[in-house]
Design a protein around this ligand. Sequence first.
Ligand code: 1VS
Length: 326
Amino acid sequence: NFGTVETIPEAFDREYLSPVQIGTPPQTVNLNFDTGSADLWVNTNETPENQQNGQVEYNPTLSSTAKKMEGATWDITYGDGSASSGIVYTDVVSIGGVTVQSQAVESAQQVSSSFQADAASSGLLGLAYGTINTVQPVQQKTFFENAMNDLASPLFTVNLMKQAAGSYDFGYINASEYTGEIQYTPVDNSRGFWGFNPSGFQVGNSSFNASSWYAIADTGTSLLLLPSGMVDIYWSAVSGAKFDALQGGYTFPCNTTLPSFTFGVEEYRGVIPGHFMNYAAITKTTCFGGIQSSDALGFSIFGDVALKAQFVVFDGGDNTLGWANK
Ligand SMILES: CCNC(=O)c1c(-c2ccccc2)csc1NC(=O)CNCCc1c[nH]c2ccccc12
């Protein structure tokens, strides 16, 4: 079978939320689909009231198909320092008509401040490899891993848009969502991520700089995080841009016209329009850049700033990533 679900951007395209049905009768919660992690966790009736800000909850006691996974716990800390933890149920989970009968649904008994403040998001739905799922003592599979063998094709596609509704498709490739040919490239999943090797980069209409490095395709990270050498070259082409240690990255005058950023995947060239690199206004006149350094991380992250310019196929059958412009 196959299915599609819309995904809606929050302010600044900071994150994208999609409706998910959990339990019997179905309870719909809006979750952040995250190809950079592998836990499906959600605010529930067990989440402390003082750690919530109006989020819609999943209540397993109201679901006839919910089963507590005795003795199971989860505890996740993301690179930005945010964290959550709790206990585990299994229940029926459906996305866009694709149903998994027994999906591990992780109930949050603790969420850190950035999640507490995020009123629109009821949690995350991990789409990375289950090898980094945090449930103990028995590690759990992601929704996609559980659904994969029943899908027409063992893949899902990501079509994020700038300040507009996009979609996650499961089990099929919708040719109307991209232009040209899809460039497939092998995935390095040794760290549990959808890792790949870009082949170089280009700022605006300048020459292409061939280079090979390791990056991950991560819908759960907002920005495009790249080696500082590339980031410095990009921002040196923007008059008035500067590294602002207080803001923790490059800022630039909001009224500047920004150059595009092109990345290579083998022979393919993915183009990110210049205006995608304006992440958010800090003041009336100063804006924060969408391209920032990944040096502190040790690897690059193609987050939403890059992904919203592309149509990306996440193929769990042959462990490849497919890239196309749109
Ligand atoms: C900024 C979020 N991204 C990360 O922390 C991250 C890092 C990472 C590692 C070190 C320093 C900064 C980032 C590596 S892979 C990676 N990707 C993920 O961890 C993907 N999941 C992010 C979930 C997430 C963390 N904080 C949020 C706040 C709002 C919505 C979603 C989130």
